[in-house]
Design a protein around this ligand. Structure first.
Ligand code: NI
Length: 144
């Protein structure tokens, strides 16, 4: 484990506006600042580039990686984290499609496939955390 080379992908939803990219890029830069030897990229699951396969290609072209840890920078699990992101990463998902015939509706049908021989680990989203609660309280108190 210790001598395995790990890369990190910080994954944001993707938007036509720039705000989301500014945020995820800032987190990437914080990561690089704290862990200068760790290969880190950010990318988007839909709507905006770079997408997942492109970002993984960039990580693996520049580094000989054994595994990639993908962090969905989302507040909670949803269909994107349970179904769509595992699908785009080409990894197993414990999400079971109901039998009402819902179709996957990825926005990027022309997207290339992920090509990576190593292990891809998809973490949980941010979830419930006291540190997030502190931010929520800050946002409220800015207006009190
Ligand atoms: Ni979406």
């Amino acid at each position: 484990m210790a001598d395995e080379k790990t890369g990190i992908l910080l994954l944001s939803h993707g938007s036509r506006l720039d705000d989301g990219e500014e945020v995820i890029k800032a987190y990437k830069e914080m990561y690089v600042e704290e862990f200068p030897d760790m290969p880190v990229e950010y990318g988007f699951m839909e709507i905006r580039k770079p997408g997942i396969p492109e970002t993984i290609r960039k990580l693996t072209e520049e580094n000989d990686l054994d595994r990639i840890i993908v962090v969905p920078v989302f507040v909670a699990h949803g269909l994107h984290t349970k179904r769509d992101i595992p699908g785009l990463l080409g990894i197993e998902s414990d999400y079971e499609e109901d039998d009402h015939g819902h179709h996957h509706h990825h926005h990027d049908h022309d997207e290339e496939e992920v090509e990576f021989d190593g292990e891809i680990i998809l973490t949980d989203p941010l979830g419930v955390d006291r540190r997030m609660f502190e931010i929520i309280k800050d946002r409220v108190s800015e207006h009190l």
